[in-house]
Design a protein around this ligand. Sequence first.
Ligand SMILES: Nc1nc2c(ncn2[C@@H]2O[C@H](COP(=O)(O)OP(=O)(O)OP(=O)(O)O)[C@@H](O)[C@H]2O)c(=O)[nH]1
Length: 447
Amino acid sequence: MFDSAARPDREAAGTLAADAPHRRRAYIRHSVFKERLMAEEKKGFMSRLFGRKKEHDPQEPKVEETSRPDETSPQVAEDLSPDLGRGAEREVHSATVEEDTEAGEATFLHEVKEEEGGLADETEDTPPKKPEAPAEQEPAPKKKGFFGRLTEGLSRTSSKLASGVTDIFTKRKLDEETLEEFEDLLISADLGLGPTERVIDRLRKERVGQDVTDEEVKTILADVVSETLEPLEKPLTINPGHAPHIVLVVGVNGAGKTTTIGKLASKYVADGHSVLLAAGDTFRAAAIEQLAVWGERAGVPVVTKAHGADAAGLAYEAIEQAREEKRDVVLIDTAGRLQNRSELMDELGKIVRVIRKLAPDAPHDTLLVLDATVGQNAISQAQAFTEIAGVTGLVMTKLDGTARGGILVALGDKFALPIHYIGIGEGIEDLRPFKAQDFAKALTAEV
Ligand SMILES: Nc1nc2c(ncn2[C@@H]2O[C@H](COP(=O)(O)OP(=O)(O)OP(=O)(O)O)[C@@H](O)[C@H]2O)c(=O)[nH]1
């Protein structure tokens, strides 16, 4: 699979090479910045850690699904997504996390909280949003075009970048100090060391000693983001010749796997494919029901087994059924698992081995679903899932719920994995095929 070694020209994100002192300086500056913010934000962090209920901000997106009681009204759940019964399984998720913490492992939760505290820009003080039900009496929201929705979805990330750029570049001659400030901004926006370095190098080469406007800087930034991600823009195409094309969907708890499968099922049906879903998340009882609702909505059958059943066996049976029914594609859901839980990761390896007994070249695609709100932790998730499950492509969800959307650039740079789709909201139309230029433009847009 892809790893940093596959990109020898680029240093792996998070690694400080001895021959890159300026990068090391930037990271040290960034660490100091993080520590200071963490101290300032400690109160918020602690209260979150101990589950203090916060005031609800209806503008904020829902981002802490796995640890928060379900406040969604049944009406909302029905209207917006078949996200059923998450309250019950959330208990399981938080128990898992606590177990990890008690064991003293470097847990996913711990890492994420640290990073959130350090960057202090989102889930810290921004409680999850209840999805807003399109209430019957309310006027229908004005339809936005593709780019409008993308720009709106990425607005939290882009406004952080845009205001930073405007603060730093206010009609002054470009010097090393300004470049350093800008480098800090890009690193704190999770863009990764490689892309950050390329933006800085380009600015240094082209503009040092000259006046530079914030618009010119944003254009250079958009160009570098676009160049980094364009080679990874690849739609997920179904090859009916595989009879069926088998897609395994993996990721940590709450990343958006089941929802993504539901949305993909609808898209493939609309494209004329015959689809079968496999509810392989047997660990989370409500996930089975959730997928069944998505299946019903898309008009496709869902293979299910009882809660706790063997997921590998279920995947096997689903493939057999898809062959009998001559389906084009099988989408297999899996239970969310923390990347540092080796026994759960081994179970994923077992699912792959069992699938290969029936179809040695399968899974034909293994999609890693990553939640953008976790920021840098997405890097270690991609690393672990790539090693265990042979990830072949990415879907990044919840770009609408974070100021850390820059992480997609760092991921693309480090892993060079195709980016198939991005999620910019909870509706079916919010799962978009990834387009690097649009993403780069939206990321640097003024909103
Ligand atoms: N705002 C927003 N929410 C999303 C997006 N994608 C998924 N979600 C929401 O994220 C929540 C979790 O999604 P699921 O599909 O249940 O996640 P999962 O990975 O299957 O979860 P587990 O089964 O626990 O592993 C749901 O409430 C989804 O509606 C997105 O792009 N934006």
